[in-house]
Design a protein around this ligand. Structure first.
Ligand SMILES: Cc1ncc(COP(=O)(O)O)c(C=O)c1O
Length: 401
């Protein structure tokens, strides 16, 4: 870990000086030389493990059986980077995402297989790009059908028709599905590929889920399917891993592909998943805090004993949650130590008393192989999804293959 991340930090420095050089094109030579003497970037680094992405996709495939696998890569591949996802998920049958910009990046990166726009078109202005990039659009609302009706594509646009079976966000009601299908089928510029739905409670056992359980949504979907005999696409990660009764012809896992859990309280490792992102930062400063002294904003944490405090180069502006409570685990010096004091914009503080060998320059893992992102998320009252997606742009990213 030390070796890989150390290397990565150096690479991060390279990336940052190149970026600086890029923004400084046209500046006098002398000034550029002065800029190239700028110190190292902050010692923080996210590392994306492409082998873990491939491994997790293989796990999803095993669960999917004969079903096709859309790798969900919205939100910049849950913070991992679209371009890296293209390589990590090269074996997927398609990519599912939200933004035309991300779809264009996938195409520019050489992705020739299908790309599914999970919310379809937002306005009629999206249609030329959907046509040009040959994207598959989810159609969930009458307004989108009217936009399609008024557009003349070069080739018929592939669509997935979304049925609202209980999530009550997007989709046609089961009772309006057959009319929507008929209207779409009548449009020469449209080819209906599949019917889809999304589960609200696939992360819970059906017995505990109450109304809106997976089985309720499946029943609603079957009702909608009376006027459709083609392919169906239902399962997200939780449905894929936890509800084998959910069938269909294609699945749409997201979070599991990044090695985080879709189910609170059930570790990702128990599904055989490997974390694809690790976030590491180095110790900037070590100081002794006398018993009774407090630390950081709001003096939230007060030392009960004489305490050795380490300050790490990672804060909420890097994506580490500000709400992290005292005791949130951090991995350093071969063991877990507790976060103490409020998370600042650029720093966190940890109790190093029990790792006396750890000093300035030592590397800490905020999440990754030793500290599952889900554990940090749980301490913060949220889910791994949110932490991964919130990785800040200012954090340099390295890759491991
Ligand atoms: C429509 C749809 N399908 C699939 C997914 C993937 O879900 P997960 O990351 O829980 O596997 C999402 C994510 O929110 C989604 O919105």
């Amino acid at each position: 870990m030390e070796g890989v991340a150390g290397d990565g930090l150096a690479k991060g420095a390279g990336v940052i000086s190149r970026a600086l050089a890029g923004t400084c094109a046209g500046l006098p030579d002398l000034m550029l030389r002065a800029l190239s003497c700028l110190p190292m970037p902050r010692p923080i680094l996210a590392t994306i493990d492409l082998a873990a992405l491939r491994h997790n996709l293989a796990v999803a495939r095993r669960h999917a059986g004969a079903r096709k696998v859309w790798a969900v890569v919205k939100a910049n591949a849950y913070g991992h980077g679209i371009e890296r996802a293209l390589r990590g998920f090269a074996d997927a049958d398609g990519l599912a995402l939200l933004d035309l910009d991300e779809a264009a990046r996938a195409r520019e990166g050489g992705w020739r297989k299908p790309v599914l726009l999970l919310e379809g078109l937002f306005t009629a202005d999206d249609l030329p790009a959907i046509d040009e990039l040959q994207l598959t659009a989810v159609i969930h609302h009458r307004a989108q059908i009217e936009m399609l009706a008024a557009f003349r594509p070069r080739a018929p646009i592939d669509v997935y028709v979304k049925v609202d079976t209980g999530m009550n966000r997007l989709g046609f009601a089961p009772t309006e599905t057959s009319a929507s299908l008929a209207r779409l089928a009548a449009l020469p510029g449209v080819r209906i590929v599949a019917l889809m739905s999304h589960f609200a409670n696939a992360d819970r056992d059906d017995a505990d889920a109450g109304p809106g359980a997976v089985s309720d949504q499946l029943r609603a979907f079957e009702a909608a399917c009376r006027s459709w005999s083609g392919p169906c696409c239902l399962a997200n990660s939780a449905a894929l891993l936890l509800h084998p009764q959910v069938g269909g012809d294609a699945v749409r896992p997201g979070i599991a592909l990044y090695g985080a859990t879709p189910m609170a309280g059930r570790p990702a490792a128990s599904f055989g998943l490997k974390p694809a992102m690790s976030l590491a930062a180095r110790v900037l400063s070590v100081r002794m805090l006398a018993a009774g002294a407090s630390i950081g904003y709001g003096s939230r944490w007060r030392a009960r004993r004489s305490t050795r405090i380490g300050v790490l180069a990672c804060g909420y502006a890097d994506g580490y949650p500000r709400v992290a409570p005292d005791g949130t685990p951090v991995w350093i010096g071969g063991q877990r130590v507790p976060l103490v004091g409020r998370v600042s914009m650029d720093m966190i503080t940890v109790d190093l008393t029990d790792v006396p060998h750890v000093d300035v320059g030592a590397e800490a893992e905020l999440w990754g192989a030793h500290i599952p992102v889900d554990e940090v998320a749980e301490a913060c009252g949220t889910v791994g999804y949110e932490l991964l997606c919130a990785l800040a742009r200012r954090v340099p990213v390295a890759e491991r293959n």
